[in-house]
Ligand binder design. Structure first.
Ligand SMILES: [Zn+2]
Length: 309
C-alpha cells in the first residue's frame, strides 16, 4: 500500500489507462490513494463507524505515509479499545474491496456491512493466530485429541451434536441437531432453514443458539454439546473474547444457564457427520421446511450407526 501499488484511477490515468480520474464512489475528487483510503466520504464513514480516531487536523489529502503513521500510532494506543486497534488493517482492506465492488461490479456496497465484515475477519484472524492464553485453552492441543467417532455422553447426560451449513452465494444457512442419550439411543433430531448470515461463523453461531433454545424447551437437564467448529466452541467457552457477537452469545448463555450442567466440546467432523448431513440437506437440497422429530432420521439410520463405530 505504501509503495503505491494500488491500481487506482489517477495512477492508471497517468499511465494512459483510462481517462477518468474521478472517484466513482463520491464522484468529486481525484481518486488518489489518499482519497480512496482516507478522505473519500465512504472511507470517512467507515472510520467513524469503526470508532477509529482521525488525526488532529484530519487525514492528509496528499501524504499516504503521514496517514499510515497516524494509524500505526492508533494501533499502539492503549486508550483505543483493543478490538478497534486490531480491526484497522481489516477496515482498510474493506474500504479497498468496497471501492472495487463499486468500480468493477457497479454495485453500491453497504458500509455497515463492510465494518461488520472487517471486525468479524479481525476476530477470526486473531482467534486463529494470536489467541489470548485463556482462550487457547479451549482449543484442543492437537487434532489427535479430538473425538473422531461419536462417543456416548457420560451417565446422566445427553449429547447434542450440532451441524451447520452455509451457502455463500445465497447466504442461506441450514441447521440441524441430534440428541442421543447415554446408551447411544437417538431421542430427537431437528432441522431448520436459519436466517441469512454474512459468514459461515455467524451461521454456525446462530445455529448453536437455535439448537440450545430447543434443548431448553425440551427441558433437557444435563447436556454435552458437540460441534466440529473450533471457533464457535471458543466463542461459547470464552464469550468475552468475541465482543462483536456479545448479544448472540449472551442469549446462548442465558439458555445454557437453564441446564443443570452443560459443556461444549469440539469433535472431529467424522464424529459429527449425522448432524452435518442433515444441515446440508437444507442448503444443498433446498429442504427448507423445519421439523422436530422423535428418534433419528430414517434416511440416516445407517450413518447414525457408522458414526459411532
Ligand atoms: Zn470518493
Amino acid at each position: 500500500m505504501l509503495s503505491g501499488a494500488l491500481a487506482i484511477s489517477e495512477r492508471l490515468a497517468s499511465r494512459g489507462c483510462g481517462g477518468d480520474v474521478s472517484c466513482m464512489r463520491c464522484g468529486s475528487n481525484a481518486e488518489t490513494i489518499c482519497h480512496m483510503l482516507f478522505v473519500c466520504p465512504v472511507a470517512r464513514q467507515a472510520f467513524a463507524l469503526a470508532n477509529i480516531p482521525s488525526p488532529v487536523g484530519d487525514f492528509s489529502i496528499t501524504e499516504v505515509d503521514k496517514n499510515w503513521e497516524h494509524l500505526l500510532t492508533v494501533m499502539q494506543d492503549d486508550e483505543v479499545p483493543c478490538m478497534v486497534r486490531a480491526a484497522i488493517p481489516w477496515v482498510l482492506w474493506g474500504i479497498w474491496k468496497h471501492r472495487n465492488t463499486v468500480v468493477f461490479q457497479g454495485k453500491n456496497g453497504n458500509i455497515r456491512d463492510l465494518i461488520t465484515k472487517a471486525f468479524e475477519d479481525s476476530n477470526q484472524w486473531q482467534a486463529a493466530q494470536s489467541l489470548p492464553a485463556e482462550a487457547k485453552l479451549h482449543y484442543p492441543a492437537k487434532q489427535g485429541a479430538l473425538e473422531r467417532k461419536w462417543c456416548k455422553p457420560v451417565t446422566g447426560f445427553v449429547k447434542c451434536n450440532i451441524g451447520s451449513s452455509w451457502y455463500s452465494k445465497s447466504r442461506l444457512s441450514g441447521g440441524a441437531w441430534i440428541v442421543r442419550d447415554e446408551y447411544g439411543q437417538v431421542l430427537y433430531h431437528a432441522r431448520d432453514a436459519l436466517p441469512a448470515s454474512d459468514s459461515q461463523f455467524l451461521a454456525a453461531l446462530q445455529c448453536c443458539s437455535w439448537s440450545i433454545e430447543a434443548l431448553c424447551i425440551l427441558q433437557v437437564a444435563k447436556v454435552e454439546i458437540a460441534l466440529d467448529n473450533a471457533m464457535v466452541i471458543d466463542a461459547i467457552n470464552s464469550p468475552t473474547a468475541w465482543p462483536r457477537f456479545s448479544l448472540l452469545l449472551s442469549n446462548i448463555h442465558e439458555n445454557l444457564s437453564k441446564f443443570g450442567s452443560w459443556r461444549a466440546t469440539q469433535v472431529a467432523s467424522t464424529a459429527n457427520s449425522v448432524a452435518m448431513a442433515i444441515s446440508k440437506s437444507v442448503t444443498r437440497d433446498g429442504r427448507l421446511q423445519s421439523y422436530l422429530s422423535l428418534g433419528g432420521p430414517s434416511w440416516l439410520h445407517h450413518q447414525v450407526r457408522s458414526e459411532a463405530s
